[in-house]
Design a protein around this ligand. Structure first.
Ligand SMILES: Cc1ncc(COP(=O)(O)O)c(C=O)c1O
Length: 366
């Protein structure tokens, strides 16, 4: 029985050929032609001006915070409805996360809560890390305008939303920085990896400096600051270049899988993750909320018994024991999503019959 995973890797076809080219060049190193090509392909596709390929999406967020000068004691706003990788770098910098809840139209950060907080807060936060969750774009225009008005840097966590757009502009390109992830479960993967993008060349140059151990310009090794070993391997970048050749197909297939679920489950009392009218999501994972009370664990176990992976929606950050002392601005949305939501297999190799199989199990157990 072939297991149906939530979002397994799906190679495009040329990846191994490109890896062979890396071997032939002997640039088995965290630099080389494919690192440069991968960065260029991300810029060409998303419209980002400058890009830096790194070891993970988490590393990309860390570099953004470091370049922006976020330091001990600073407040950094963040979506509470997200994965830990969005916010762990705030702790790396010894800064304080302040979490903001979601609104119902996109399930992403609520601009009203953001504005109300910024209007009255005594200590001004330095930055906002905004997540576009499950490949759906947040109310980015409004949020970017609020950040500008209150002089708060905007870092878009587009780890899950490569290929998603708002008014035809790519998620990750609205803020001061954007990041993408190429972890094994993402719409494109390099097994592990990330990309930092920005319109500001000086910032990307500074991020390159920090990502390669902060080496000063000298023949010997001279250090005035400390950095990190965060640069992407040329071998993995070769996989990334191959993956970028199929990004458009992958987005379309993810959306098709979502529509198959929608059609198959239309008679059930459930609510699918919405999409803002001006946006075009990549539907990285198909997710929905159960409307009548049900035991989600029973459904997850029934799916698992038939080889189908499923999972509750992300547990909000403000509910994590790690963050219990942090300040949060809440409206009940993310807790409700966590209690009633489910992610279902959304792989880009899925057939309509695979989707029917998953749906039959859900119907039997709801
Ligand atoms: C929303 C979100 N932010 C950040 C990350 C971190 O990315 P990475 O795993 O590449 O460090 C992930 C995924 O893993 C994610 O889903």
């Amino acid at each position: 029985m072939q297991k149906l995973f939530l979002s397994p890797p799906h190679m495009g076809g040329n990846e191994q050929k490109y890896i062979s080219e890396v071997f032939e060049s002997n640039y088995i190193a965290p630099l080389g032609a494919f690192v440069n090509k991968f960065e260029k392909s991300i810029c060409d596709f998303t419209g980002a001006k400058h890009a830096l390929a790194v070891t993970s999406g988490t590393a990309a967020i860390h570099l953004a915070l470091r370049v922006l000068g976020i330091k001990e004691g600073d407040d950094v706003l963040a979506s509470t409805f997200t994965f830990i990788g969005s916010v762990s770098a705030i702790l790396y910098q010894n800064a304080n996360p302040v979490f903001i809840d979601s609104e119902r139209e996109s399930w992403n950060l609520d601009p009203k809560l953001l504005e109300a907080y910024l209007k009255d807060c005594e200590k001004k936060p330095k930055a906002l890390i905004l997540t576009h969750l499950y490949g759906q774009v947040a109310q980015i225009e409004e949020i970017a305008a609020i950040c500008k008005q209150y002089d708060v840097y905007l870092i878009e966590d587009a780890a899950e939303s490569l290929g998603a757009t708002y008014d035809s502009k790519h998620s990750g390109t609205f803020g001061d920085f954007g990041i993408y992830s190429f972890n094994g479960n993402k719409i494109l993967t390099t097994s592990g990896g990330g990309m930092l993008v920005s319109a500001n060349k000086e910032w990307i140059d500074k991020a390159l400096f920090y990502s390669t151990q902060a080496r000063e310009d000298a023949l010997y090794y001279e250090h005035k600051e400390f950095g990190y070993n965060y640069r992407m391997s040329n071998v993995l970048a070769a996989i990334g270049v191959g993956q970028m050749e199929v990004i458009e197909e992958r987005v379309e297939k993810k959306r098709e899988v979502f529509h198959w679920y929608k059609e198959e489950l239309k008679d059930l009392e459930i609510e699918f993750m919405p999409e803002l009218a001006r946006s075009y999501g990549n539907r990285w994972l198909t997710t929905f909320l159960f409307k009548k009370s049900t035991n989600i664990n029973t459904i997850i176990q029934a799916l698992d018994a038939k080889g189908c992976e499923s999972r509750p929606l992300w547990k909000p950050m403000h509910l994590q024991p790690l963050f219990k002392a942090c300040h949060s601005l809440l409206n009940g949305s993310s807790e409700d999503f966590f209690e009633r939501g489910l992610c279902v297999p959304s792989g880009t190799r899925m057939t309509k019959n695979d989707v029917k199989k998953v749906c039959a199990i859900i119907k039997e157990n709801y």
